[in-house]
Design a protein around this ligand. Structure first.
Ligand code: HEM
Length: 511
């Protein structure tokens, strides 16, 4: 045998040995993992969802369709169970008791910032939201609340209306009298234009047409689920995110500087409001924090509202008779469907409100709310204790998708709400966590905006924005599904916010 052939054979054997060794190790890990689950169950901890592969655990089944996963596991294990998500132990606690346990847990026991900060701080910037102690964040929530709630909302309605209408009139996709559009793309743009005009101020709105949009997308790409578990992983989009974060901060810093240097305060917006905010200890909110908070608000509202408006349009295209009812509602309440409408006007459109409610019930943008466990947490009525190494997961949206609370739950039927109490009336139990009374959610089966100290403060703003956008779309267009399609597209759960699976086309026709 010649030397090269001998060497080749040796190498082959060596590689073979290595491959055999790796295969043996993996098999051993799999077998140990299975034996451990079957024979050595820990009676003091919630049951673990059976999984074949260690580390990978239930990552795939949860990631593909979290709601199917929650319901399948609930049928097998009950309301409390633990599953493996990329090597971490995640304990799910469903139902009202679970919401109460996780969303209203004591501060010393349960913590949001240690989970979310790895993802949000590189996008928002330092010293805001989850990068500060909770007491400071609650003060920051109080600062932003005023710009997002009742007093400011009436002034936003005409601005949003103009933005939505101008967008439709100017967009090439709506040239002519009918056509087909990818609706999520359109709704994402309408959402950012309407929100930024009111919250971010005229300077930011003007910049939206050029570099700002690119920076926004680079920041948005930083919200990859992988960054939750492996934040150190050198993804190219994380580098782009970091560059965009610095540039975006500079844009806001320049705007704040210009305003401080003497720009006339000719309107109320979030930026002016934060520029006048002072912490309890007398320190004014620093400009860097204001800039970072503005980025946080830009990102926080965009996804949920844009995705919700896309689902609404998809359902209206699938059930054009509801779109017609919405149009008739405008005619009967507002007298016509072409004059500008006010904040007071849109309070009188119950079907629009019910369309939004129903869409948030069936398509909650946030399916999983996560918290870090800080101390061993006993689960009442069981022998189980959730240890500090676990992450807790609340999924209040599962109740909204359950036939037990919403008969025929899979059906999108805005009219179901006519026979039901206002969800706000269900939320009777309230607490003040430092930024006003909020619902604990203990008594509610419908919580698309969460509950407890981390409850959404953008709810009222989102309702106004969605109502304006839906009202404008309804008066401009008739929608229907593209030929040969029925119902709506499936849900894409691959990003942090659930959204319609693309492509998601609808056909439009001008009224
Ligand atoms: C349809 C629209 C929206 C939905 C469904 C929604 C949903 C939620 C949910 C479920 C939470 C709780 C998260 C948790 O407990 O971990 C939350 C928190 C929050 N949302 Fe929203 N949101 C929406 C719109 C907005 C808008 C428009 C803004 C602001 C412009 C906003 C700002 C916030 C903030 C600041 C928090 C607090 C986070 C915390 O305290 O940890 N949201 N939202």
């Amino acid at each position: 045998m010649s030397l090269p052939v001998l060497l080749q054979n040796l190498l082959f054997e060596h590689k073979l040995e290595k491959a055999v060794a790796i295969t043996l190790l993996i098999s051993l890990a799999i077998v140990t993992n299975i034996v451990q689950q079957v024979l050595f169950k820990n009676p003091n901890e919630p049951p673990v969802v059976f999984h074949w592969l260690p580390v990978v655990g239930s990552t795939m089944t949860y990631g593909i369709d979290p709601f199917k996963f929650f319901f399948d596991c609930q049928a097998k294990y009950g309301d409390v169970y633990t599953f493996i998500l990329l090597g971490r132990k995640v304990t799910v606690y469903l139902g009202s008791k679970g919401n109460q346990f996780i969303l209203n847990g004591k501060l010393k026991d349960i913590n949001a910032e240690e989970i979310y900060s790895v993802l949000t701080t590189p996008v928002f910037g330092k010293d805001v939201v989850y990068d500060v102690p909770i007491a400071k964040f609650m003060e920051q929530k109080k600062f932003i609340k005023s710009g997002l709630q009742s007093g400011a909302l009436p002034t936003y309605v005409p601005l949003m209306q103009d933005e939505a209408r101008d967008f439709i009139k100017g967009d090439l996709r709506f040239k002519g009298s009918c056509g087909t559009v990818q609706i999520p793309k359109v709704m994402a743009q309408i959402t950012i234009f309407t929100a930024s005009r009111c919250l971010q101020g005229i300077e930011v709105r003007r910049k939206l047409d050029n570099t700002f949009a690119d920076l926004y997308h680079a920041l948005d790409d930083g919200f990859q689920p992988i960054n939750f578990m492996l934040p150190w992983f050198p993804l190219p989009q994380n580098r782009r995110r970091d560059i965009a974060q610095k540039k975006m901060t500079q844009i806001y810093a320049d705007i704040i500087k210009a305003r401080r240097a003497g720009a006339e305060k000719d309107c109320e917006d979030m930026l002016w409001s934060l520029m006048g905010s002072v912490y309890k200890d007398g320190t004014p909110m620093p400009d860097s924090e204001i800039a970072h908070m503005m980025i946080a608000l830009l990102m926080a509202g965009q996804h949920s509202s844009s995705v919700t408006s896309s689902w609404i349009m998809l359902h209206l295209a699938a059930q054009p008779e509801i779109m017609e009812e919405l149009y008739q509602e405008q005619l009967s309440v507002l007298g016509d469907a072409s004059s500008p409408f006010t904040y007071e006007d849109i309070q009188k459109l119950p079907l629009v409100t019910n369309v939004i409610r129903e869409t948030l019930r069936l398509h909650p943008p946030i399916h999983s709310i996560l918290r870090k466990v800080k101390n061993p947490l006993p689960i009442e009525g069981t022998s189980w204790v959730v240890p500090p190494s676990h992450v807790l997961l609340a999924a209040p949206a599962t109740m909204g998708k359950s036939d037990e609370y919403f008969p025929n739950a899979d059906k999108w039927d805005p009219h179901r709400w006519e026979a039901m109490a206002d969800p706000a009336d269900q939320e009777k139990e309230k607490m003040d966590y430092g930024y006003g009374l909020v619902s604990t959610g203990a008594d509610s089966t419908y919580l698309p905006f969460g509950a407890g100290r981390h409850r959404c403060i953008g709810e009222q703003f989102a309702y106004v924005q969605l109502t304006v956008v839906v009202t404008v779309m309804v008066r401009e267009f008739k929608l229907k599904n593209v030929e040969g399609k029925s119902g709506v597209v499936a849900t894409d759960y691959s990003s942090l916010f659930s959204r319609p699976m693309e492509p998601a086309f609808v056909q439009w026709e001008s009224r």
